[in-house]
Design a protein around this ligand. Structure first.
Ligand code: GDP
Ligand code: MG
Length: 303
């Protein structure tokens, strides 16, 4: 009898929340590796990314989602919000993440209403408690407990790790018994090509401002293993206007060079090998309306 595999558990926990509450930071901490990109700007995460963590006999699959926000008008925004809700539908449990500093904003209320309407409960985690005085946390926790959609409340800091182990233990206890769903050495469901494109997009989010980060997307066009063990990666940064191309390039190409350097350094750490990264900037006015761009991001075009 294979006793060890008898008590295995596996399942999905979807992390929902308003933009910027720290969903991707939490996933990376729980997985113990970077699987989802992070920036101080809203709407950094565009698609559903799964991060995988093994605890004893349990395989916990965490589903990162784009933030849920009101008034999604553009096709890309609608597709993002749709991806977030459908990520929740398929999950065994839902974790609602709230920025403790910002409190209960209209986006969070909207998510609570959506959950209550669908009859689902969520585990709630107040995140960023490293930024907030303890005396403020209890009233916030009390306000959150609407008696309907909240199963239990945790207080955590995804950034410094406070409270995260308790939360992890609880999430694992909710998983159904069953065989593992991914090979045990797998940390996420995104390919190296997509992760490489995401890392580049993260650097663009960090270095560019206003609407510029939202007007671009990055794709890995070619990936070639070289004989010396290094890898040669070519990526295209699609922008929607000529003026944006000039801004992404920067004076004398300085901006794109700096983005490329930062992305390359991080990719070398992530993949544990030398990386030659080549970035090309192309104007594609209608990339927001091109089904192929959505497929590559794992989003539904008609949301
Ligand atoms: P998401 O949009 O919900 O995925 O949020 P991100 O994970 O991209 O994080 C948004 C910003 O909040 C980033 O600048 C993070 O570094 C920051 N952040 C996330 N968690 C914490 C936390 O626990 N404490 C603090 N101080 N900052 C955090
Ligand atoms: Mg995110």
């Amino acid at each position: 009898m294979a006793a060890r595999t008898d008590n295995r558990r596996a399942g999905f926990v979807a992390i929902l929340g308003a933009p910027n509450v720290g969903k991707s930071t939490l996933i990376n901490r729980l997985v113990g590796a970077k699987v989802s990109i992070v920036s101080p700007k809203v709407q950094t995460t565009r698609s559903r990314v799964r991060g995988i963590r093994i605890v004893g006999a349990a395989q916990l699959i965490l589903v990162d989602t784009p933030g849920i926000f009101q008034g999604a008008k553009r096709r890309l925004e609608r597709a993002m919000v749709h991806a977030a809700w459908s990520g929740a539908q398929d999950a065994d449990a839902i974790l609602l993440l709230i920025d403790a500093e910002r409190g209960l904003d209209s986006n969070t209320r909207r998510i609570q209403t959506g959950l209550a309407r669908s009859g689902r409960q969520a585990i709630v985690a107040l995140n960023k408690i490293d930024l907030v005085a303890r005396t403020k946390l209890l009233p916030l926790a009390a306000a959150l407990d609407d008696g309907q959609s909240t199963e239990r409340i945790f207080m955590i800091s995804a950034l410094d790790g406070q409270g995260v182990e308790d939360l992890l233990g609880h999430l694992v206890s909710l998983l159904p018994e069953g065989p593992w769903l991914y090979p045990e050495d797998q940390l996420s469901d995104i390919s190296d090509r997509l992760l490489a494109a995401e890392i580049c997009r993260e650097k663009l989010f960090l270095q560019l401002h206003q609407e510029l980060p939202y007007s671009l997307t990055v794709e890995t066009e070619s990936w070639r293993e070289l004989k010396d063990g290094s890898v040669r990666i070519e990526q295209v940064i699609y922008v929607s206007r000529k003026t944006h191309k000039a801004m992404v390039l920067g004076k004398g190409g300085q901006r794109v060079k700096s983005v490329g350097r930062e992305a390359r350094l991080e990719l070398e750490t992530l993949f544990g090998r030398r990386v030659h990264l080549f970035l090309f900037v192309k104007v594609r006015e209608n990339w927001h309306d091109d089904p192929e761009r959505y497929r590559d991001m794992g989003l539904e075009f008609d949301s």
